[in-house]
Structures are given as C-alpha cells and as structure tokens.
Design a binder for this molecule. Structure first.
Ligand code: PNW
Length: 486
C-alpha cells in the first residue's frame, strides 16, 4: 500500500488528533520556513502600508464648529435615498474619537493614513470666508498621526460638496465649482503642507460624477441629459487641474500632489500578446473622460466621436490645466473589467461577467485579484507614471461577531491575500507601486448602502461605537510586520 494512502486511512480511523500525536513531525526547515519567509512573496523595502477612510463616512459631528451642510447631508436626509434612511450625522463619531482611532492604526502597524478633508468644514459656503475652527480638526488629526509615526495623506474632495455650491449653479455642473475647488485646495495646502506632504485632489470621478449626476443614486441625485452630464465631467477634471496648480502655488516645497481615481481596470482575459495589447487600448478608451485626459491633455478621438453633439465644450487652455503634471497617481481598485482583443475599429471588447461570477457582499464588488497587477502595470506602461499608490482596495463581507466577540471574516482575508499576491507580483516585475491603502480602517457609512455593507478591518458596533479588530486586522498586521503576503 502507498505510504500516503496508509496515512489517510489511519487518519480516518483514528481521527486527526491521534494522527498528529502518532505521526513523526516533518522537519520545520523542509515545509514551514520556506512558506513563511519566502522572499518570493515579499514587497520592496520601504513599501508604504496604510489604511483609508473619508470624512463623511466616519466623522459625524455634522453641525459642530461651524461646518456647513454638504450635498450628502441633504441627500441622506431625503427619504428613500439610503438604505434604512441612514445618514452620516454620527457615523463612527471619529470627529471626537480620532485619538482612539489613531491607536487602532498604530496597533495595526500602518505607516500612512489616507483621510479626507470636509470642504464644508473649511469653507462652510464653499467659497468666501474660511472657518478656522473647521480646519483645526485636521490640524489636531495631523498632529496626532505624526506623534504616532503615521504619515498623513490628505484627500481634498471625497464627495461632500458644500450644499451652497450645489444650490448656486448646480455644483460640478458649473465652472464656478471648479474654481472654488482650486481656491479651497490652495488654502488647505497653505495651512497643512508644513506637515502633510501628500495631497490627493479628488476621489473617484468615476463614482461621484457618474453616480451623482447621471445615474442619480449618489448625491446630488441628478440624472442629467448627456450634454450637460459630459460638461459636468469636464468641470470635475478642470477642478482637479486648478487644485493641482493652487497646491503648487501655495504649498511648501517638496509637497507632492496626485489624485485617487477608480479607473476602469482592464484585465486581459488570457495573458498573451493580443489580449494584453487589447487591455492597454481599452485602458485609454474606457478612462477617456477622466484619467486619460488628465494624463494626455486631450480627449480621445473615439470619446469625442462617441459623445458627438453632446461632447463637452472646452478650450485648449482648459486641457492644459487639466493635464498639469502630477507627482504620483493613486488608483482605487476593487474589481476587474475583463477585456479581449477583437477586430472592431478600437481593437478590444469588454467581456460581460457571466451570471455565476463571484462577488463579495456588495453585488458590484466582483472578484478578480489580477486587477491589482494589471491596473498599476498599465498605468505605468501607458503613461510612464513613476510613482503609483493603491489608494483603496478592500471588500465588504457580511460580518457577524462570533461568541468570543471577534469577526472571523475569512472571506475578506481570502480576498486580500489573493489581491496582495497580485500586487506583489507587480512590484516584483518592477511596476513602481510605492504603497497600499486598505479600505477601510473601520466599518463606516457606505453611502447609499448606509450601514449595511461593512468594509472595515475593525468591526464597529454603532450603538456603542465600540471598535473590535476582525480576523482581517490580524492578517493585515502580519502582512505589514513581515512586508510579505501572509
Ligand atoms: C469607493 N461602484 O466607492 C469609495 O471611494 C469609498 O468611499 C467607498 O466606501 C468604497 O469605494 C467602497 O464602496 C465606490 O458601485 C462606490 O462600483 C461604488 C462603486 C465603486 C466604488
């Protein structure tokens, strides 16, 4: 009888406990050490591990210290717009508990924290007089982070537009908002850049413009006709460019600026030359209204043809502002878009997911670890970007605390391990990814989904505001400590 079969038969008869007691131990050096300390799974020295949140999703304290209303206050308080009528009025009460939350980060071992600044705290009306008490919260937060050895990475716009700007001219539909954004960005850079060395202008054009102004499921809840919508897209990227210029004009030397964009991540269906080239072509075309115009300073011919008489109106000067050079690019990556080569004029087709395609708790969050390889790889290849951060990656899970109070989110650990393996592959291939921000530090207000979809490494009991680390927090702590896929 084969030796291995005899072991299995023995284990069936005797049970695993008896097996482990009876069988000779395999030498640790043969099996365990290579798996644990495998240099092939390590990240480059100095790789920056971080976590991320956003103001309206965690802060609460919406009426404190002179904060003005944002479009998300208005939208979430409108009946029927969020699951269970949830709002960010309290959220994680991070505004008052930020010191405790910095300790959560410290326990994880993260060296960087990506947070966002609420525009209506700093300029309650969007423009005009600043509110120093609003900015003070971020002064306190930044000081607390630095005192704990954590680098602050600040996002200037994570969707909480001052309501006054929406009321006056339709928010991002109006060029006034782009200009007000530039002004606000310059003001913040002037006051924080002595300590904040990395700024992101906007978070996810591909979400706030599309979902807010065309699909209507995010604030301000509009479904604009195509011409007005494409003009809104244009004003959003223009706002980004004005902010880049204002930060450069007002910040201390050495301050770096970029953006955090949820690009469509085009992944070749098969890793061969034809499909890899198709995914590169698709990356430019499928991101034409945002990342491509920012990188190339022009809208692609196909985008202008596709939009026809509804194309945005713009000047050459606008394009120059929009494509102001950046120091780094942040990419938020959750899901892949599978792409194949074909004979169409553009030479690619996006392949729809079959009905059986797996997803995490949020139905949009389809699984494809390869996105974390091809996303940064294509950005580096196509636009010669030298410094890339993964500014968001993570997933929702139907987290339920076990009897011992811990959430054993094995599905999130599975998701993260597989995605990080592909990110490690990218760094090993020389793709210049410098850091990774896991979304999210803790469960929080998940926009229209309210508090139903949890993305945190820490479970938040919203009745008590107690934070409890999940299994995934232990996993991430180990990844960081060993700088390898654990
Ligand atoms: C991002 N989609 O949003 C945001 O930057 C975060 O604020 C958010 O909490 C996180 O991802 C998780 O959702 C997205 O429908 C929202 O494809 C929706 C989509 C993608 C990203």
């Amino acid at each position: 009888m084969d030796h291995d079969i005899s072991r299995r038969t023995f284990s069936q008869l005797a049970g695993l406990g008896a097996l482990s007691a009876a069988m000779p131990r395999v030498a640790a050096t043969e099996l365990e050490d290579p798996a644990i300390a495998s240099p092939g799974r390590s990240f480059p020295k100095g790789f920056l591990w971080g976590s991320a949140t956003a103001s309206y999703q965690v802060e609460g304290a919406v009426n404190e210290d002179g904060r003005g209303p944002s479009i998300w206050d208005t939208f979430s308080h409108t009946p029927g717009k969020t699951v269970d009528g949830a709002t960010g009025d309290v959220a994680d009460d991070h505004y008052h508990r930020y010191k405790q939350d910095v300790q959560l980060m410290k326990a994880l071992g993260v060296k960087a924290y990506r947070f966002s600044i609420a525009w209506p705290r700093v300029f309650p009306q969007g423009s005009g007089s600043p509110n120093p008490k609003g900015l003070d919260f971020y002064n306190r937060l930044v000081d607390e982070l630095l005192a704990n050895g954590i680098q602050p990475f600040a996002t200037l716009y994570h969707w909480d537009l001052p309501q006054a700007l929406q009321d006056d001219g339709g928010g991002w539909e109006s060029r006034n908002t782009s200009e007000a954004f530039g002004h606000y960005a310059g003001y913040v850079a002037q006051h924080l850049s002595d300590r904040v060395k990395h700024f992101f202008t906007t978070n996810e054009f591909g979400a706030f413009v599309e979902l807010g102004y065309a699909i209507g499921i995010h604030a301000p809840g509009l479904k604009l006709p195509p011409g007005r919508f494409n003009q809104t897209r244009h004003h959003a990227v223009l706002g980004h460019g004005l902010a880049v210029q204002a930060i450069r004009a007002n910040a201390r030397p050495g301050t770096k600026v970029g953006l955090a964009e949820n690009m469509t991540i085009c992944v070749p269906v098969i890793e061969n030359d034809a499909h890899i080239r198709a995914a590169e072509r698709a990356t430019r075309e499928m991101n034409a209204p945002y990342m491509t115009v920012i990188q190339e300073g022009r809208y692609t011919d196909a985008y202008l043809e596709r939009t026809g008489t509804d194309a945005p109106k713009f000047t050459a000067a606008d394009l120059k502002v929009i494509s102001s050079p950046l120091d780094f690019v942040g990419i938020n990556i959750y899901t892949p878009t599978w792409v194949r080569a074909d004979d169409s004029p553009l030479g690619f087709t996006a392949v729809p997911n079959p009905g059986s395609y797996p997803h995490m708790a949020s139905s949009w969050l389809t699984i494809g670890p390869e996105a974390l390889y091809w996303g940064p790889r294509n950005v580096a290849k196509i636009w010669k970007v030298q410094e890339i951060y993964i500014t968001e990656n993570g997933c929702s899970s139907s987290d339920v605390p076990a009897a011992d109070g811990i959430v054993y989110d094995t599905d999130r650990v599975m998701y993260l391990r597989n995605y990080l393996s592909q990110l490690q592959r990218a760094t090993a291939d020389g793709v210049p990814v410098k850091g990774y921000f896991l979304w999210s530090l803790m469960d929080n207000f998940e926009w229209a989904d309210g508090y139903t979809n949890r993305f945190g490494l820490h479970y938040v009991d919203y009745a008590t505001q107690k934070r409890t680390p999940k299994l995934s927090a232990s996993f991430y702590r180990e990844v960081i400590a060993r700088n390898t896929v654990a």
